[in-house]
Structures are given as structure tokens and as C-alpha cells.
Design a protein around this ligand. Structure first.
Ligand SMILES: Nc1nc2c(ncn2[C@@H]2O[C@H](COP(=O)(O)OP(=O)(O)OP(=O)(O)O)[C@@H](O)[C@H]2O)c(=O)[nH]1
Length: 447
């Protein structure tokens, strides 16, 4: 398997022309799914959200490419192109490994993360600029009549990849699989985090501050550009939040008024008030890195503003984040190479063999390369099968055969998937305590 970091960053290499991936993260009930639905319908009805052309235009809409990463969701009101539920059965995972809901989501994400190469391969293929369609030959009758043959309609290129995530933010943001999924996405496409906030539930200074701290932790964990999306503005206007983020005195005034109001539960007196005060000062620097928009996923209000922010953050990603990402990847690669070199040196010393490393490394790298090609072509074969239907789901279940998984992951240091497969195999069958998650994770070497 080619690790995401070694892949040619096809999408990102396209620069400003590359599709932007928008990852929707937010607390349970903040309105992520409704917001995703609104994004989809907006993109279908507004051909170019960043242009000033009116919604009704002759330009065909550029449909988004949609990923659902929430394994536990019952119903999604849009048609995802890639759905984690097609490859992982969350309920079965919970049952088999005796897990609770969060453990089930985490394990499902871990299992899905093992297929990240196929996912990225498909995304790259699906979002590649459409090939120019050859102009059909003009018929003699048309030629005689002086009519010109109209060029065939061109499929519009995908400009947005939309990603829905589980409501259990920490399970996604703080897990190894969440990191793998996000970093693979970000190393291939400009990626932006949309942090969805339930505005009506954020009106008190303390809940507002809690939400900001959460957003701050996500920003520092993911190291990706972030847009704060104050949702449900039809129920509560978000002007207060924007004001608190730009004017320290406005936040201070709100704190004072909450302190003097005996009915306010959110605000605080004494140490709470001074803590909130200092935090608002500390977070001042953090606020400067964010875009803030107020939207209503229900009515569609604020969507144009949101897409303008996405475009701004995409440029920021390409300008500031991408070089940093590439620097970190190069650093990791160098560390890995140095580690391998050291291990090889130790091995050679043990074997008392000198300077025979060349044929060995050549063989193993050509083997890895061959298998990488097999995996990618497998992905493309499967993809071609569903070429007719633009919004057809990519059926990841096709990848589930043991044979393909084994093929894809025969890495010299053992891939995630190999370890997972191994752990899954060893844990199969009714063995009572052996099903414990700790043991499973230990065997998978991820605990
Ligand atoms: N008034 C109003 N309600 C909204 C809006 N967006 C979402 N809701 C409501 O908020 C509730 C939660 O919305 P969801 O989209 O399911 O939220 P979610 O974040 O996906 O929830 P989880 O899947 O549990 O994480 C639903 O009752 C929605 O109808 C909005 O813009 N305005």
C-alpha cells in the first residue's frame, strides 16, 4: 500500500483549480446533517457559489462529491457517493466486539481508515477535470444545409468534496483513524474544517467560551483552516457571537450583565467571571485565524457568505498550510527512512553481512510498487463499473474480500489493515472474554 504521505498529491498539485474538501464537524444536534443537505442543494441550484452570477444560469451545476463518515447515522437526507455504512456494519462491530456506541463508532472508523488509499484513489479519479469530449462529425445533410454541429455537453468538474462526520467529535478528531482520514484528505486536496455551532445554545458567555475552546482544540489538532459556522440563525441571530469575537469590551459587558442577572445560569460570578475574562483575552489571537459566518441550514440563509469564506480558506490552505504540511510530511519520511536505515544496519551487523543492501531494497520497493498499482487499478475497475451513474454510490463492500485486503497491505512493516485483519481473524469465534476491546486493540497494535 502506498502510504498517503508518499502519494503524488494530485488534487493539491492542481493548486487553485483543485476541488476543496469541506469537513463538517460539530457537536451532536448542532445541525451538521441538515447543513450538509443545504450545501448539497445549494451547489445544485447555484452553479458557481463564488461567482456573482445569478442562481438561474445556463451553466450546468457542479455537483459535489459526498462522503458520509458517520457509521451510526440512521438516515441521511442526501445521497452520499461514499458511505462508511457500505463497508462497515456498525451494529455488527458493536455486537462482535462487545462495544458501546462510541467504541463501535471508533472501531468502524478504524476499519474504514484501512481503506483510505482506495477512497483517495476514487476521489482523485472522480474529481479529475473532465476529458475534452471529441466533437462529433458533421453529417452531410447538415453540412449542405450550412448547420454547424453543436459540441456535446461537457460534464462539469467537481469543485467541492463534502464530508459529514459523527456527532461524537472527540471520536473523530482525537482518534488515530480520524487523523489518518483527515491528513490523507488534506495531503490530496485543499481541506477546510467547517465547525458547526448551535447558535441558540451558545448565547451565554460560558457556553460560548466552551464552544470556542472546543473549536480551538480542533484547530490545533487538525492544523487545518477553519470556518466557524453559527447555525440556526433563523432561531437566533449570530451577530452577538461575531461581536464577542471582535470586540473584547462587548464580551466583557455581556459577562457583567450576566453576573448581575440572578436568572442567568451560564454567566458566572467570582472566579468563573475572571476566568472567562482572561480566556477571552487569550483566545483573541485564535479568533484572528478564523472565518465566522452565520447560516440557517433550515432556510438557506448565509450560504453565499459561507462559500465565499470557503474560497478564502482554500487560498489560505494553498498559501500557508500546504507548505507546512509538505514540510511535516518530508520530515516524517526522512525520520522513517533514517529509522529503516538504522534497522537495516543492525540486521546486517547481526548477519555479519556488508554492502548487500541494494538488491534487497530494490526488490522490496519494486514489489511494493507493483502491489500499489494493483490496488489502484482494482479501485479504478470498480469505479468504471459505476461510471454510468454519476451519483451512484461507490460500493466499498467490493473491497471487502480478504484476498484484496491482503494484497493491498503486504507492506514490509505491516500496514494498518494487515494488523486489523490479523486482529479480526484472531478474535473471531465465540471466545468469551477474548472479545474485549482492550485485547482487540492490543492485538491490532493500536491501543
Ligand atoms: N431552527 C433550525 N433548526 C435546525 C437547523 N439546522 C438543524 N436544525 C435542527 O437541529 C436538529 C439536529 O439537526 P441534525 O442535522 O440532525 O444535527 P446533527 O449535528 O447532524 O446531529 P447528529 O447526527 O446527532 O450529530 C434537527 O431537529 C434539525 O431540524 C436550522 O438551521 N434552524
Amino acid at each position: 500500500m502506498a502510504s498517503p504521505s508518499t502519494q503524488a498529491p494530485a488534487g493539491a498539485a492542481r493548486g487553485g483549480d483543485a476541488p476543496v474538501s469541506i469537513v463538517c464537524i460539530g457537536m451532536a444536534g448542532s445541525g451538521k446533517t441538515t447543513f450538509m443537505q443545504r450545501l448539497v442543494s445549494h451547489l445544485y441550484t447555484h452553479p458557481d457559489p463564488t461567482s456573482s452570477t445569478p442562481a438561474v444560469s445556463k451553466t450546468p451545476a457542479a455537483p459535489p462529491y459526498i462522503l458520509n463518515l458517520d457509521p451510526a447515522v440512521h438516515h441521511v437526507p442526501f445521497q452520499p457517493n461514499i458511505d462508511i455504512r457500505d463497508s462497515v456494519n456498525y451494529k455488527e462491530v458493536m455486537k462482535q466486539f462487545n462495544l458501546g456506541p462510541n467504541g463501535g463508532i471508533l472501531t468502524s472508523l478504524n476499519l474504514f481508515a484501512t481503506k483510505i488509499d482506495q477512497v483517495i484513489g476514487l476521489l482523485e479519479k472522480r474529481t479529475a477535470p473532465p476529458e475534452p469530449t471529441p466533437v462529433p462529425e458533421q453529417s452531410t445533410a447538415d453540412f449542405m444545409a450550412g448547420k454547424s454541429t453543436p459540441p456535446p455537453a461537457q460534464k462539469p468538474a467537481v469543485k467541492h468534496i463534502l464530508v459529514d462526520t459523527p456527532g461524537q467529535i472527540e471520536v473523530f478528531v482525537w482518534s488515530a483513524s480520524g487523523e489518518i482520514l483527515l491528513s490523507s484528505l488534506a495531503s490530496t486536496f485543499p481541506t477546510v474544517i467547517a465547525y458547526i455551532i448551535d447558535t441558540p445554545r451558545t448565547t451565554s458567555t460560558s457556553t460560548f467560551m466552551s464552544n470556542m475552546l472546543y473549536a480551538c482544540s480542533i484547530l490545533y489538532k487538525t492544523k487545518l483552516p477553519m470556518i466557524l459556522v453559527f447555525n440556526k440563525t433563523d432561531a437566533q441571530d449570530a451577530t452577538f457571537a461575531k461581536e464577542w469575537m471582535t470586540d473584547f469590551e462587548a464580551f466583557q459587558a455581556a459577562l457583567n450583565s450576566e453576573e448581575n442577572n440572578p436568572e442567568t445560569l451560564g454567566g458566572g460570578s467570582g472566579y468563573m467571571s475572571s476566568l472567562l475574562n482572561s480566556m477571552s483575552l487569550v483566545l483573541d489571537e485564535f479568533y484572528k485565524h478564523l472565518s465566522v459566518v452565520g447560516v440557517s441550514a433550515m432556510t438557506g440563509d448565509g450560504m453565499d457568505e459561507f462559500f465565499t469564506s470557503v474560497e478564502g480558506k482554500k487560498q489560505e490552505f494553498l498559501r500557508d498550510y500546504k507548505p507546512e504540511l509538505e514540510r511535516r510530511q518530508a520530515e516524517r519520511q526522512a525520520d522513517k527512512a533514517a529509522h529503516r536505515e538504522k534497522e537495516l544496519g543492525r540486521l546486517m551487523k547481526d548477519m555479519k553481512v556488508s554492502s548487500t543492501t541494494k538488491p534487497l531494497s530494490k526488490k522490496s520497493s519494486s514489489k511494493a510498487g507493483k502491489e500499489e498499482l494493483e490496488t489502484v487499478s482494482d479501485a479504478e475497475d470498480m469505479d468504471e463499473a459505476s461510471d454510468d451513474d454519476e451519483l451512484a454510490r461507490e460500493n466499498y463492500a467490493n473491497y471487502d474480500s480478504d484476498e484484496e485486503i491482503g494484497d493491498a497491505e503486504d507492506e514490509e512493516d505491516g500496514g494498518l489493515e494487515t494488523r486489523y485483519q490479523q486482529a479480526l481473524k484472531e478474535n473471531q469465534g465465540p471466545s468469551g472474554d477474548d472479545f474485549s476491546f482492550a485485547r482487540y486493540m492490543h492485538k491490532a497494535n493500536l491501543g
